[in-house]
Design a protein around this ligand. Structure first.
Ligand code: ADP
Length: 908
């Protein structure tokens, strides 16, 4: 018994999927069913009290029964919901509760009907029928259970009714027929449910079978691509290797040029194969990362060394800015991170014809020794159209093909980059202005292996300076003996030839067995071993060499030299303790480097002269400019005093004012007082204008130079000439620019920007700041008292009639911002001073509710005496930490006219 209870109620991790499947795989419908049954039981219970007469003589009996029914259903619902909450472990309890409730209901109602019939001499099947409605709901998801319960119970009831009719004479035939029809209906329902479930299961099985077939096909495709990659690498190895030999010879210029072209074509082909292989791995879900510790500085140095020469060939400046605070040792997949960066930097070089390409590397420390590495790659190239940005990471898609068709590429690179970054739990974003340049920001979380920073890393500029016409080997080691094991003769020849100039003694063998025969008698310093060979593979051969009784190479270094370039195999080689790993096609330089690191130093004589490699200028700006995570920007119409904008590092996008004389930039090219003077002549029309999309794009591009994210707080989208729409359009070119509708204007908008800037300074992530801004919007109060409505009438924002009425009554209206739109609120009458005083008192009516840190008094055309008087009145009412008086920007001023001021603050 204990075992049975344990089986039912103790959480288990056994196959919950099976049960989930039998419940149609969805808990939503289960909840629906529970609610329906609860409603049925409540309706009947209420009915039995509200209108008991419909139950005739048995009303009390029904009342008790329905109350009991309601309780049973309630307990069932609560029990099941509890079990569902953790269905992964409690699914058996859930299943049991449902079936047990169904049984209990039926047995209870059956026994009750019999007992009540026998004692009252009166048969009543309504309760039975009600329960019959609920029972299928309890076990709805298991029609077989339902049928097995419903058939015997209904049959029992029919027999019972017959018995009461024939033997006791208390039921009439009509009642038997009624009930029989009801019972048949129930059974039909069960059969339909069973059939539906059978069909569903058949579909599920079919889908499952299809999925398995697709998986099988994927596997086959994957292994095909793997094999293809292996098979193609082998001949490319020969082509590239022998081509390198040609480049080393003293041959004519023309031959050198041809050989250089062959080399470039070989590399391109290789990249293509690698990309196709990666793509197939992603498609079959078999892409894996190889997580190992690596030295950050070396990794970056390798990349820079490889790419600066390409930038130099295109006469581009290559700027590298690496923060010295980056941890020196990280844990991650170094090879894949290199692949990501090389791809993106390569694109930057490829799609830039003049100017510069920059790599900026920073890190943000997170909790638990995790650091977010941020790589930013900027170029001054052709840029990407904002409508193309959403397709940038799609496979096989090359954007703006008309312009790019002469630039080689497949459209696979960025798609693979994105998938790799996703696999590493990072993110990649792009900010680009068409025809001006692009910035890709890649964030990858990495574990910090050990304390310590890269500091001012001395990047080695010598890597990859490949096009050496006068080849000089790095070293010579005539006493060294090495063995190359490969089943492909061409590969053996390539390695021997590539190492010829180092004067090492190279022996080659064509199989593992032959290698073992050699290692028995000859001591080799280093053995280069192929992996896939018939009969005995490289891994097996290495093991045997290490264990060979009497063998002379038991402690020789063995390097795997293979065309199997994927992570699975790399992990295998690491597990098998190979002393090195080289992938085919292998270059002479790689072979020499590997050999140099493994040969005993006493037999090696350095001959190559490192300084012969061109010391071209790369601009190294080691991490002095720390980029911000988030910068806040708003518009000139936010009426922030310059010192406040500077204090909080808030960038301002200028609005403009159009006059008869031309268009002028707010604050920069035109001043408020000048505009007011100009507007004194009623024939002079002045129109405020928001920025254009192009201006906003340029503004954001500038901001992105200093920060990884930009949050732009725009003027309310509902005011005339709002800057919101152009800013939003411009932001489409930038993944990291977020435009928020402040729903305010003037210093109200400015207040939101200040608060956001405070949050940014505290290091809050952009998503969180945006969330908080939404709350802030409701707390900011924006209102202005104006002398009259003439200016608004002139701008067409209120009717001339309204303006005239207010004016003739000597009223000074208050403009209030409600739901992002300016409207006329209360009007204060009387002298100017009285009206102003009343406005101040009503605006600051509840000082306790006001955030006392900042108050903005934004005004248009007031004298110093006016502003001093206003300050006095405010201070009489309450104290603020800071009160800023700020002349409104021309774009705002043209709507209000002189004699306007507003109190703008935030509520607590
Ligand atoms: P491709 O092999 O065509 O370079 P990618 O996947 O690397 O493929 O890039 C996809 C497309 O994105 C390119 O065709 C190009 O139009 C665009 N692109 C990528 N990087 C840049 C860049 N730095 N500047 C401009 N366009 C770029």
């Amino acid at each position: 018994m204990k075992d049975v209870l344990q089986f039912i109620f103790v959480p288990t991790k056994n196959d919950p999927e099976a049960v989930k499947k039998s419940y149609y795989g969805s808990w939503k419908s289960t909840f629906f069913v529970m609610i329906v049954s609860l409603i049925i039981s409540v309706i009947f219970m209420v009915l039995s009290f509200v209108n008991p007469s419909i139950f005739g003589l048995t009303q009390h009996y029904h009342q008790y029964c329905y109350m009991a029914l309601f309780l049973i259903v309630l307990v069932w619902c609560l029990g099941s919901s509890y079990a569902i909450r953790d269905y992964k472990t409690r699914y058996r309890s859930f299943y049991f509760i449902n079936t047990a409730t169904a049984m209990l209901l039926f047995v209870w109602v059956f026994v009750f009907t019999i007992l009540s019939t026998l004692t009252r001499q009166n048969v009543d099947t309504t309760l039975f029928m009600t329960v019959s409605l609920i029972v299928p709901l309890c076990i709805y998801f298991n029609p077989l259970n339902y049928l097995l319960t419903v058939i015997p119970v209904n049959a029992g009831m029919v027999f019972f009714l017959r018995y009461t009719t024939y033997t006791m004479g208390i039921t009439n035939y009509g009642e038997i027929w009624n009930f029989t029809i009801f019972a048949l209906f129930q059974i039909c329902m069960g059969i339909i449910m069973l059939f539906t479930k059978y069909r569903l299961n058949r579909e599920l099985t079919r889908a499952d079978q299809q999925r398995r077939e697709i998986e099988k096909l994927n596997k086959a495709q994957n292994s095909f691509f793997s094999n293809m990659s292996h098979e193609i690498r082998t001949p490319i190895n020969t082509i590239i290797g022998l081509n390198e030999m040609i480049l080393r010879e003293d041959v004519s210029e023309e031959v050198v040029e041809d050989a250089i072209n062959i080399k470039a074509a070989g590399k391109l082909l290789l990249n293509l194969i690698n990309d196709i292989l990666d793509m197939s791995k992603f498609q079959s879900g078999r892409m894996q990362l190889l997580i190992e510790p690596y030295r950050t500085g070396d990794m970056l140095s390798d990349i820079v060394g490889m790419l600066w020469i390409r930038a130099k060939d295109k006469k581009l400046d290559f700027n590298v800015d690496v923060s010295p605070e980056i941890p020196a040792e990280l844990v991650g997949d170094e090879v894949r991170i290199k692949q990501i960066l090389i791809n993106v930097i390569n694109n930057a070089i490829k799609y830039t014809s003049e100017g510069s390409v920059s790599l900026n590397v920073q890190c943000e420390m997170k909790e638990d020794k995790i650091c977010n590495m941020i790589y930013m790659i900027s170029d001054t190239g052709i840029g990407i159209k904002s409508e193309d940005i959403p397709y940038l990471f799609s496979a096989f898609k090359r954007v703006d093909e008309n312009v790019n068709k002469h630039i080689e590429g497949t459209g696979l690179g960025l798609s693979i980059v994105k998938q790799l970054v996703d696999l590493m739990g990072g993110k990649i974003t792009v900010n680009s202005v068409y025809k001006k340049g692009s910035t890709f920001i890649i964030e990858i979380p990495q574990r910090v292996e050990r304390e310590g920073q890269v500091g001012q890393y001395d990047f080695e500029k010598s890597h990859g300076a490949a096009k050496r016409k006068d080849y000089v080997p790095k070293f010579e080691a005539p006493e060294a003996r090495i063995l190359v094991v490969d089943d492909n003769e061409a590969n053996l020849m390539v390695v021997s030839k590539l190492l010829r100039s180092t004067k090492v003694h190279v022996d080659t063998v064509i199989s593992g067995a032959e290698a073992l025969r050699r290692t028995l008698n000859v001591r080799y310093d280093v053995i280069f071993m192929d992996h896939l060979m018939p009969e005995m593979d490289g891994v097996e051969c290495r093991r045997r060499i290490k264990e060979q009784t009497g063998g002379r190479c038991r402690d020789s270094a063995i390097v795997i030299l293979t065309a199997n370039a994927d992570e699975e195999n790399r992990a295998l080689y690491a597990r098998e303790n190979f002393d090195g790993y080289l992938s085919k096609p292998v270059s002479g330089e790689e072979l020499e480097n590997e050999l140099y690191s493994l040969l005993p130093k006493e037999i090696v004589k350095i001959t190559g002269n490192r300084s012969e490699i061109a010391e071209e200028s790369i601009s190294w700006m080691n991490g002095n400019k720390k980029r911000k995570s988030v910068v806040i920007t708003t518009e000139s119409v936010a009426d922030l005093p310059p010192e406040v904008a500077a204090k909080y590092h808030i960038g301002l996008l200028p609005h403009k004012v159009r006059t008869e004389e031309g268009i002028f930039k707010d604050g920069k090219e035109i001043e408020t007082l000048g505009v007011l003077k100009y507007m004194e002549d009623p024939t002079n029309n002045v129109l405020p204008m928001g920025p254009t999309v192009r201006e906003a794009e340029d503004f954001f591009a500038k901001q992105m130079e200093t920060a990884n994210n930009v949050i732009h707080i725009s003027i309310s989208s509902l005011v005339e000439n709002s800057g919101y729409a152009p800013a939003l359009e411009a932001a489409k070119s930038f993944d990291n620019v977020f435009v928020i509708d402040s729903a305010h204007l003037s210093s109200g908008q400015g207040l939101i920007a200040i608060e956001a800037a405070r949050m940014a300074e505290l290091g809050m992530p952009p998503e969180q700041i945006i969330e908080k801004i939404e709350v802030l919007k409701k707390k900011v109060k924006t209102s202005f008292i104006v002398d009259n409505l003439d200016f608004l009438a002139r701008a067409g924002q209120v009717g001339n009639g309204v303006a005239n009425v207010v004016k003739s009554l000597m009223g000074r209206p208050v403009l209030v911002l409600r739901k992002g739109k300016m409207g006329v609120g209360m009007t204060h009458f009387g002298s100017r001073e009285n009206a102003w005083k009343n406005y101040i008192n009503s605006a600051l009516a509840v000082p306790a509710a006001i955030d006392t840190r900042i108050l903005f008094v934004t005004y248009v055309g007031l004298t110093k005496r006016d502003t001093e008087w206003i300050r006095e009145q405010i201070e009489k009412k309450m104290t603020f930490d800071e009160i800023y008086f700020k002349q409104a920007s021309p774009a705002i001023a043209v709507n209000c006219g002189a004699g306007t001021f507003g109190l703008l603050y935030m509520e607590k």
